[in-house]
Ligand binder design. Structure first.
Ligand code: MG
Length: 383
């Protein structure tokens, strides 16, 4: 039997993490799960540890770590505690590939630690690129980062075998979210339940709200800028409600390569592990004879202000995307717990961006201090 690839999953109890474990379960001859980390879901991670016989475990939250340790006390394994333990875990476990599926800016330290360790980083935590920018790309060796986000996986695959000098533009497709076609006045009274009903993708709550505000597409534009070293003037966003085309690359000769498939996150997650090979996946193939029409339209930047603000933050560069992201995380959490309205999300993000004077990116400590400042300001605005 050939050696199995050793994977660590950070954020194993979330949507991406659980799907990564489904892939591991489908390919036991190819994948060995060596480490699992989560923030606070003690019961879920304890059962994952048992199923996959994992020896390296960490939880960000102290009380949850104690609970998880008691649930697996018969297995004689140590449950590590705290964000630094989560970031260090893959290296201790000797992982070949680290799937970083942590939620939000908390993923940055794990991203940097993984890059320094030399392991392949399968990046599902887009915020660490949005926040860390050049601090992250500057630490990554050639081919060390592979995107898990469906759009970026698509672009990555469309770029294979091409010369980056021949790229004219990147086309990021957006489903448009559940409120596509509405005007801004119709969004004020949206409930969290309505915003959580995404038309095409099944995802965790934070990214689903970001998809409803189109902030997610703005974060993805910044992510694409860093991953593929393409200027914002060459990143185009198009609303494509069927989400069948996952993204496209346009070349200088007018040719466009598109990546198509069903909307199932297991495909890009698995590709990040199997690359450069492809493995069979338990998904329904696209039946082009039943597909019908594919629609495209420009995004409505007046209604979905978050997208315009994220692009503005990306163009400003430096520390602005980190501040924008922190304000958004606070506003989304406030919307989900009912303490602010849907339309307060972009208002909050805009106010915090106006209050911040952009600085050049210097260090993780600088980013963490600004993150704390932006969160404090945003909490005052929207709760
Ligand atoms: Mg995406």
């Amino acid at each position: 039997m050939s050696a199995r690839v050793r994977i660590a999953i950070l954020g194993s109890t979330g949507s991406i993490g659980r799907q990564a474990l489904e892939i591991a379960a489908a390919h036991p001859d190819r994948i060995e799960v060596v480490a699992l980390a989560a923030h606070s879901s003690a019961e879920s991670i304890a059962s994952q540890v048992r199923t996959f016989r994992v020896r390296h475990v960490a939880l960000g939250d102290g009380a949850a770590a104690a609970r998880a340790a008691s649930l697996v006390s018969d297995l004689d394994i140590d449950v590590e505690v705290g964000p630094d333990a989560v970031a260090m875990l893959p290296e201790i476990a000797g992982a070949d590939i680290v799937i970083n599926a942590l939620v939000g800016a908390a993923g940055l330290r794990a991203t940097l630690r993984t890059l320094d360790s030399g392991a392949i980083l399968a990046l599902a935590n887009k915020e660490s690129l949005v926040v860390g920018g050049e601090l992250v790309t500057g630490r990554a060796g050639p081919g060390q980062m592979i995107p898990v986000d469906s759009e970026h996986s698509a672009i990555y695959q469309c770029l294979l075998g091409e010369d980056e000098r021949d790229v004219a533009a990147i086309w990021l497709t957006a489903s448009g979210g559940p409120f596509r076609g509405r005007i801004r006045d119709e969004l004020a009274d949206i409930s969290p339940a309505e915003a959580l009903a995404h038309p095409t993708w099944t995802m965790g709550p934070k990214i689903t709200i970001d998809s409803a505000t189109l902030m997610n597409k703005g974060l993805e534009a910044i992510e694409a800028h860093h991953l593929f070293d393409v200027g914002y003037d060459r990143i185009r966003i198009v609303v494509h409600p069927q989400s069948c085309i996952h993204s496209m690359v346009e070349y200088v000769d007018g040719s466009v390569k598109a990546h198509l498939g069903v909307t199932d996150m297991r495909i890009p997650i698995q590709y990040a592990i199997s690359h450069p090979r492809r493995w069979p996946a338990p998904v329904e193939p696209v039946d082009f004879t039943k597909l019908g029409s594919l629609d495209f339209e420009p995004p409505d930047l007046e209604t979905f202000r978050c997208l315009a603000l994220a692009l503005e933050a990306g163009r400003a560069g430096g520390t602005m995307p980190a501040v924008m992201n922190a304000a958004n995380e606070v506003a989304v959490a406030a919307f989900l717990d009912g303490s602010c309205r849907f339309t307060d999300i972009d208002t909050t993000v805009e106010r915090i961006m106006i209050a911040h004077t952009v600085e050049a990116l210097e260090s993780v400590e600088q980013l963490e201090a600004l993150d704390a400042w932006a969160r404090g300001r945003a909490r005052k605005e929207c709760t």
